[in-house]
Design a protein around this ligand. Structure first.
Ligand code: ZN
Length: 206
C-alpha cells in the first residue's frame, strides 16, 4: 500500500488564480526577530492551492463545506489523462469513466490565464455519469474570464463536488482509493484540503 500526496503547496506570495490576491504569511513570533518560538498568521483566498468547492459557491442555499458528509470526500477514484486544453463531451467519452470520483491529469500551461478547462457539455456528461466528485489540476473547471461559470453551476447544481488545484503529474492513470479532508470552516463556499491517493495496486486495477 502506497500513499501519494496529490496536494499543492500553500506558499507565501504565490497567486493561484490571476484575479485573486496571493497567499500572505505574517510572522507574529520568529527566531529571526529574537523570539524563542515561531507563530505565523496565514491569510489566503479559499480558492488557492488544492481546495474543494461546495455547492453554495454558485447555488444560493446550497450546502456549505462544513455541511457536506465526510463520505463525499473519499472513495475509489479513477485518474485519467487529457491532452486537450478544451475538454468537451467527446473527449470524456473516450476515457471510459466508470467510477464516482474522477481526477483529471491535464496538459501543462504557462500563462496562468490559459489553463485547461471543461466545456458545458463535458459537465453535462459528468452529471449523466452520476459522478460525485470531479478533481482537476487547473485552478478552475471553467474557462478563464467566463463570468457565467457554466461548468461550476452545472456540477454544483447536481451536487457534484469540485476539487481544483490538484497535483497529478507524478501519478499514473488508473484506480486508487482517494481521500481529501477540507478544513472545517463554518458556512464557507469551499476550503483548502490535503488530498491523497492510496495505491492498492492490483486490488483495483485488474
Ligand atoms: Zn474553487
Amino acid at each position: 500500500m502506497k500513499f501519494i500526496d496529490i496536494s499543492e503547496y500553500i506558499e507565501e506570495n504565490r497567486r493561484y488564480y490571476p484575479t485573486l490576491p496571493p497567499v500572505k504569511i505574517e510572522w507574529l513570533r520568529h527566531y529571526d526577530k529574537g523570539h524563542d518560538h515561531e507563530v505565523s498568521y496565514l491569510s489566503m483566498p479559499i480558492h488557492a492551492a488544492t481546495h474543494v468547492d461546495a455547492p453554495i459557491h454558485f447555488i444560493p442555499n446550497g450546502a456549505s463545506i462544513d455541511e457536506i458528509p465526510l463520505t463525499h470526500f473519499m472513495g475509489i477514484a479513477q485518474v485519467v489523462s487529457v491532452k486537450e486544453k478544451v475538454i468537451n463531451c467527446e473527449t470524456l467519452k473516450t476515457l471510459k469513466i466508470s467510477e464516482k470520483i474522477v481526477l483529471f491529469k491535464m496538459k501543462e500551461w504557462e500563462d496562468p490565464r490559459d489553463y485547461p478547462y471543461f466545456e458545458k457539455d463535458a459537465a453535462e456528461y459528468l452529471v449523466k455519469k452520476k459522478v460525485k466528485l470531479v478533481g482537476v489540476e487547473s485552478p478552475s473547471v471553467d474557462k478563464f474570464g467566463d463570468k457565467k461559470y457554466p461548468v461550476h453551476r452545472i456540477l454544483l447544481n447536481a451536487r457534484i463536488l469540485i476539487i481544483e488545484g490538484l497535483k497529478l503529474n507524478h501519478v499514473k492513470c488508473g484506480r486508487y482509493f482517494f481521500l481529501c479532508l477540507p478544513l472545517k470552516v463554518k458556512n464557507l463556499e469551499g476550503a483548502p484540503c490535503r488530498a491523497i491517493l492510496i495505491d492498492l495496486g492490483e486490488v483495483l486495477n485488474k
